[in-house]
Design a protein around this ligand. Structure first.
Ligand code: ASN
Ligand code: ZN
Length: 321
């Protein structure tokens, strides 16, 4: 019952903070308020067969494996953001069970959403540590599922960079909401704590200052641009999806910090409304996404600080609205 109280409190907080907003969460006595995560964690034990052996299900107590327990908690934190703040029952809005597999392969330095579930590697212990360590990385991977069920942005070029950026935005919001951090308190990093101590870097990416997350002999320098003037045209990385995401990432950071308070409230609500509003297509590019955030800000908040913050943010990164 503690979870219901948490979600209800969050909804009440959000409602107080958003006096002009339509309610985004159902009253406490409806089915939506009864929504609970349905989590299952599997262990690949160093193999690559998915999902692997089931090791922890919803409601079961912690296991002796910290990786399993972090994955379980991270799935819960992601569910709590989408449900407690936006009234969404799981990433598909229909109570989708959340499945993760840990200890995938040996020395596997990545994590991914495969269209049906999350997969986490242990890292190689030279560059990367365990990919379940940063909760924003767990949120990032699950947000790929959210995007799949909503705008379904094609994973290539500008639409792909938006897909990546949306995962960074909601991944960061999962962390900020779980820790109760305001825009000033948030680190605006993705994957802080993931690098081995030998690596010269703070994190995988910085939403606040794209291009400054790491500068390492082995990894090289963070390639992310922070402005359209520095947009990277490349055939690598699906047309630079993890590179050019720096531009919309910084736009979100700027809009959220201009508004102040908690990023999941107004800025996050606007980005959520864009993703679920039905106006994007899989081929949506930066300028169309930016225009959609302006329209969403107006639709929810009218002509006020929100629309001004969004316009200013996109202008600062060189994306026309
Ligand atoms: N961790 C990466 C991501 O979620 C995996 C990938 O390249 N798809 O973006
Ligand atoms: Zn991603």
């Amino acid at each position: 019952k503690a979870r219901r109280t948490l979600a209800a409190d969050a909804a009440a907080r959000a409602a107080r903070a958003l006096p002009h907003a339509r309610p985004t969460t159902a009253p406490a006595d409806t089915a939506a308020a009864e929504a609970r995560p349905r989590r299952t964690i599997h262990d690949c034990e160093g193999g690559t067969d998915l999902p692997g052996t089931r090791v922890r299900e919803e409601g079961q107590e912690a296991t002796g494996d910290a990786t399993v327990n972090r994955a379980y908690a991270g799935l819960g934190a992601t569910f709590e953001l989408f449900h407690g703040v936006y009234g969404r029952n799981s990433i598909d809005g229909a109570g989708l069970p959340l499945i993760a597999s840990v200890h995938y392969d040996r020395d596997y330095g990545n994590a991914f959403w495969n269209g049906e579930q999350m997969v986490f590697g242990d890292g190689d212990d030279e560059i990367f540590l365990d990919f379940t360590l940063p909760v924003d990385v767990i949120g990032h991977e699950l947000a790929h599922g959210f995007t799949q069920y909503t705008a379904n942005l094609e994973y290539f070029s500008q639409s792909g960079a938006l897909n990546e950026s949306v995962s960074d935005v909601f991944g960061s919001l999962v962390k900020q909401y779980a820790l109760g951090q305001s825009v000033e308190q948030a680190d605006w990093l993705i994957g802080e704590g993931l690098f081995h101590p030998n690596v010269q870097g703070k994190a995988l990416r910085s939403m606040k200052a794209p291009g400054t997350a790491y500068d390492d002999d082995v990894l090289g320098k963070d390639p992310q641009p922070a402005h359209m003037d520095d947009y990277v045209r490349t055939s690598r990385d699906n047309g630079g999806v993890h590179i050019n995401s720096g531009i919309p990432n910084r736009a979100f950071y700027l809009a959220a910090t201009e508004l102040g308070g908690n990023a999941w409230e107004r800025a996050g609500q606007i980005w959520y409304d864009v993703m679920t509003g039905g106006t994007l297509t899989p081929e949506t590019r930066f300028a169309e996404f930016a225009a959609a955030t302006v329209a969403a800000a107006r639709a929810r908040y009218g002509d006020g600080a929100e629309i001004q913050a969004v316009l200013k943010a996109w202008s600062a990164v060189g994306v026309p609205t």
